[in-house]
Structure formats: C-alpha cells, structure tokens
Design a binder for this molecule. Structure first.
Ligand code: SAH
Ligand code: SF4
Length: 385
C-alpha cells in the first residue's frame, strides 16, 4: 500500500472536489491569488484527466507545493467495502464513506459502451412501493466528492484512465452515467448538480452532458432548474398513467401530480426531438400493464419529445409486486411502438448480485443468497434475465 492510500482521518482527500472547492483547498495551502487559477487547473487535470494517485507523478507542480499539499490533503479514493461481479459482466461496488455510511454503484458493460449507475443519497426519503432502496430510511445526502468519487473509484478499478494520460482520448469503459442508484437526486440537487458539472468538465473527466442522465421520481419544481444548471439528459420515473395509481406507487405524486410533473417536463431546457425526455415505466403484473394503460401512456405524452423505457420489475425479498409476464410486456411494447416510440425494454442486468434497478440497498451484501434464488426464479419466469 503506498502512502497516498493509507487512512488518514485528519486529512481530507482532494479527489471528487469541484473546481471551486479545489481552489479553496489550494488557497488554504497557501497558494497565492496570482497562481491560484493555474495551480487549480494543473491539479484538476492530474485528478480528473489522468487519475493521479501519487503526488510524485505531478511533475509540473513544484516539489515544495507537492510537499505542502501532501501534508494537508490526500489523494485517497472511496473505500471499496465490497465488490461483486455478475455473470453478465455487471459490477456492483459497495463504497464506505469516511463516516462509515455505505452506498452502491453499478457498472454495466454493453457492446460499445459502459454505463455507470451512480447514487446520490444514502437511502431515500421517498417510499416508492416497488423500490428496495425506498425501504431504507434516508441517512444523508452524499457530498459532491462522494458522488464524483464513485466515478473516479470505478475508473481506477476498470483501469479506465487514458493510456496516454488524457482522459478523453481513446475508448473509455465508462461512456455514460445515469443518476439511477440509491436516492432521489433532486432532493440533493445542489451537490448532484455540481458533481455532474465535474464529471462533464472537458479538462477533466470529460463525459459528454448528453451521456449523463438524471432520473427523478418527479420533484417537479426542481426539474427545469436542474436542467439549466447541468444541461444533462432527463429521465422521469413515471410508472403509472393515473394519479390514483401513481399516488400508490410513487407517493411523491400526491405532492406533484402527473399534470404538474408533465408541465415541468415541458419546461426542460433544450427539449426537442434531439433531446428527448425518457419516461421510465416499470412493468408490474396486474397493476399497470394493460393495453389500456399503454394507450393512455402514449396519449398522455403526446406533444412531449419523449422516449419510453419499459423496465421489467426487479424483485427483492418481501416486494409486494411481481414482474409482468413476458407476453404482456411485449404486447404493451407493441402498442407503444405503433404510436411511434422506440420502446426498448430494458433487459435486467446484474440481477444475480442484486444490482438491477431498484434492488440497491446498502445492506444488500448480506442478501446475496436470497437474491440469487430470486434471480433464478425470475429468469425462469421470463425466460431471460
Ligand atoms: N430516485 C430516482 C433515481 C433512482 S431509482 C428515481 O426514482 O428516478 C432508478 C430507477 O429504477 C427509477 O426509474 C425507479 O423507478 C426504478 N426502479 C426502482 N425500483 C425498481 C424495481 N424493483 N424494478 C425495476 N425498476 C425499479
Ligand atoms: Fe427513492 Fe427512486 Fe427508489 Fe423512489 S424509486 S424510493 S425515489 S430511489
């Protein structure tokens, strides 16, 4: 273990900080006003374009400054408390924060791309009935550094820093980020907004804003503001076409009913056919999966540039729902398709390690045996997964 990786409770890590925070940290270390911009840029590039883990590698930073910085700060990553690999290549990481709290991050490799599913909170205050994370009480919001830190740590694990030291050259393993892990990102919008700006910074992690998707269960007033702040893509966890049912599935609907939510979507900055909103719809057997529901869905979204993403329900121990039969999902998708929407059915990934949508919960390391059994049952039901 090298010196940068040892636990040092008194020092904070620079990894994951926003530009403003990094600048403040350098000022704190005595970097003068005149040099501050240049030094911040240098450090930024070492941290986020090259993924530096050692002060010694920062050859264009003077030895003296490196020594001062290393006395005050570390280059530590989030601690990996556990990592599980699915048979389909999906990787689930359990990260331990410095206060001991745990969050999960999932990496999903696909042909020609790789998606990182990032958490925004420890737990969630909302209690969507089909979601495992919703059964875990909110512990706290993640900081900017803890959100960005998930991407940095997974890039380390995947050895996904540019070979020539430039982040945006060559093929990246993480090509997309979705804020679809634990938590409601729009209840932590300041930190999430800043974190997304770090991830998309062209001199650092360099992820295109069009390849970052923010998913919300419908915090309507925050939606247009967040769009202004970040310029990323939007996904709405819709799941029902009537308020009575949505109130039950996504209790936040009582506060921001469907029409209020759709109005906020219409105000999403840059909304156009080239920048559509994805509406997520989890397929729950006998609950929201009839042909009439499908027809109402397309009617409801008329006039909003939209994509529809059908998600087979991913089960978890004690879940009050089952996934719709495969034929039902196909029939539903057919109606949506005929209305002119490409409606990919999201194939469940990483179910065997409880890494699929809505299965995340910090305690899930303990549930591997149970989740394996459920995954097997599901795979049999659906003939896939
Ligand atoms: N809180 C945010 C983002 C995290 S949830 C939100 O709700 O949008 C990410 C996605 O997984 C959401 O679309 C959510 O509705 C979906 N999801 C939750 N539980 C699920 C489950 N058991 N099976 C399938 N999808 C689920
Ligand atoms: Fe929270 Fe999203 Fe799960 Fe709802 S679906 S409980 S908002 S994480």
């Amino acid at each position: 273990m090298d010196e940068t990786q040892t636990q040092s409770p008194l020092k904070t890590s620079l990894v994951g900080l926003s530009r403003e925070q990094l600048r403040a940290a350098l000022a704190q270390a005595g970097v003068g006003e005149k040099q501050l911009r240049m030094r911040t840029n240098q450090l930024w590039s070492w941290l986020y374009a090259r993924g530096a883990t050692k002060w010694e590698t920062m050859t264009d930073v003077s030895k003296d400054l490196r020594a001062t910085l290393s006395e005050l700060y570390t280059l530590e990553r989030l601690e990996v408390a556990d990592a599980q690999f699915s048979d389909d290549g999906t990787r689930k990481y359990l990260f331990r924060m410095t206060d001991g709290q745990l969050v999960e991050t999932v990496y999903i490799p696909e042909v020609g791309r790789g998606t990182l599913c990032v958490s925004s909170q420890v737990g969630c205050t909302l209690t969507c009935r089909f979601c495992h994370t919703g059964t875990q009480k909110l512990v706290r919001n993640l900081t900017i550094a803890e959100i960005v830190g998930q991407m940095v740590a997974v890039r380390d694990d995947l050895q996904d820093w540019g070979e020539d030291g430039l982040s945006n050259s060559g093929r990246r393993k993480i090509t997309n980020v979705v804020m679809m892990g634990m938590g409601e990102p729009l209840y932590n919008s300041d930190n999430v907004g800043e974190a997304l700006n770090v991830m998309s910074d062209g001199e650092g992690l360099s992820l295109s804003r069009r390849r970052i998707t923010l998913s919300t269960s419908g915090v309507a007033p925050e939606i247009p503001l967040m769009g202004e702040k970040t310029g990323v893509m939007l996904a709405i966890s819709l799941h029902a076409v009537r308020d009575d049912l949505r109130n039950e599935l996504v209790p936040l609907n009582k506060k921001y009913p469907i029409e209020t939510l759709l109005e906020a979507c219409r105000n999403w900055p840059g909304l156009s056919n080239a920048k559509r909103i994805t509406f997520e719809y989890v397929m729950l057997k006998g609950v929201n999966d009839t042909d009439a529901d499908a027809r109402d869905l397309v009617r409801m979204l008329a006039g909003i540039p939209a994509k529809i993403n059908l998600i087979p329900f991913n089960p978890w121990p004690g879940a009050p729902y089952e996934c719709s039969e495969w034929e039902r999902i196909e029939a539903f998708a057919e109606i949506v398709n005929r209305a002119g929407y490409a409606s990919p059915v999201r194939s469940p990934r990483g179910r065997d390690i409880m890494a699929a949508c809505g299965q995340l919960k910090s305690s899930s390391v303990k549930e591997t045996a149970a989740s394996k059994k459920i995954a097997e049952l599901q795979a049999r039901n659906l003939g896939r997964g």
